[in-house]
Design a binder for this molecule. Sequence first.
Ligand SMILES: NC(=O)C1=CN([C@@H]2O[C@H](COP(=O)(O)OP(=O)(O)OC[C@H]3O[C@@H](n4cnc5c(N)ncnc54)[C@H](OP(=O)(O)O)[C@@H]3O)[C@@H](O)[C@H]2O)[C@@H](O)CC1
Ligand SMILES: Nc1ncnc2c1ncn2[C@@H]1O[C@H](COP(=O)(O)OP(=O)(O)OP(=O)(O)O)[C@@H](O)[C@H]1O
Ligand SMILES: [Mg+2]
Length: 377
Amino acid sequence: MNFIISPICLENCMLSSSSVYRRQLFVLRSLGVYCCRIHMEGGLAMRTGLSNLGDDAVGIIRKITPKLDPSHHKGQAGKIAVIGGCREYTGAPYFAAVSALKIGADLSHVFCTKDAAAVIKSYSPELIVHPVLEESYNVRDDERASVSAKVLGEVMKWMERFDCIVIGPGLGRDPFLLSCVGNIMAQAREAKIPTVIDGDGLFLVTDNLDLVKGNSLAILTPNVNEYKRLVEKVLHCEVHDQDTSDELASLARSIGGVTILRKGKTDLISDGSSVNEVSIFGSPRRCGGQGDILSGSVAVFSAWARLYPSANKDASSTQSSLNPMVLGSISGSALLRKAASLAFEKKRRSTLTEDIIECLGMRYLIFIIQFYLSTCP
Ligand SMILES: NC(=O)C1=CN([C@@H]2O[C@H](COP(=O)(O)OP(=O)(O)OC[C@H]3O[C@@H](n4cnc5c(N)ncnc54)[C@H](OP(=O)(O)O)[C@@H]3O)[C@@H](O)[C@H]2O)[C@@H](O)CC1
Ligand SMILES: Nc1ncnc2c1ncn2[C@@H]1O[C@H](COP(=O)(O)OP(=O)(O)OP(=O)(O)O)[C@@H](O)[C@H]1O
Ligand SMILES: [Mg+2]
């Protein structure tokens, strides 16, 4: 069922003339407009392979988001790990990991190099930071095998607990570090843990396709450059702007049914059998780090879609037949774009990634309005 709120409806619900109610009405009116906008602008168009879902991206988010249940214990809403963060890049893993928490995951870990760890910890006490990755400059040739085994061992201590792993934000391209991360990816795959691959993680898999080939729990989130490199490597051709859906589906099939979220003016998502487009209005600001928020968001929603399949029980049959990795990608994309648009409304040209992260929680206002409506006579 679609969720549409009109200010008129809200007005009927609140007949009181007290100033508190008037203020609430004002806020809810604004939010009512905001919710309608999500629905109306919020195009989730099914391009090929599927007929219209009869629902939109916001509907999917609502269906896969678990209830806040007092009987749940810490961890049940999701434990996410980000593998990334090196001397150059500390912002990217922070953005991904903290976005996962802001959306509703209980715990968020970061596995990064020693140089990056203290910096990332200083950004937030909420993150659990493991300084375990090593770059070539820090490792002698004769130590490589033992250091590589040690890195894997450190990550494996935690691996089974994670509901989703994000590989790549701010990872850098050091060959030794990437070879260690390749080993981690292989273990995550064996443990059947969903894995979102972004940034330098995509650089790694583009040159080592076997790391993801045939892994239906892998989600690749390429930007324009990363997508171009993948197409050239896998399809042996240039990117065709004319038949984007067919090309994307073909790319996903050629990598054995992984899910690919192609970022751009509109986001396209495919696992090879369907292609979905999320065109909710985002932001004209292109500050770095928005892709990192997206990777953390997709991780949480994919974990939820997989952990809480019962949340889809009342979904239409077409929608519930969508792979959880696709549902997670659609949700992450829709939320990030809406948050970016809200942040831009407030901060305009000075919008930064942190401002967008602050708006991720605005989604919950939708549920507040729903609560008001459901309690009105
Ligand atoms: N604060 C942090 O710590 C952040 C760290 N990050 C981390 O950085 C690492 C490398 O990731 P990346 O995205 O910068 O590398 P890549 O894809 O090679 O792009 C490089 C160049 O490509 C171009 N370009 C980009 N888009 C384009 C387009 N649409 N159309 C055309 N050209 C386009 C543009 O080139 P320019 O315009 O400067 O010539 C751009 O500068 C990775 O680990 C990532 O996680 C980021 O997450 C940001 C926040
Ligand atoms: N031209 C655009 N117009 C509107 N939204 C866009 C545009 N390009 C990208 N986006 C949105 O921004 C999000 C991040 O995409 P982007 O291409 O910036 O990723 P990225 O380059 O990996 O970012 P990062 O700087 O974090 O590495 C995507 O989900 C997409 O919806
Ligand atoms: Mg990126």
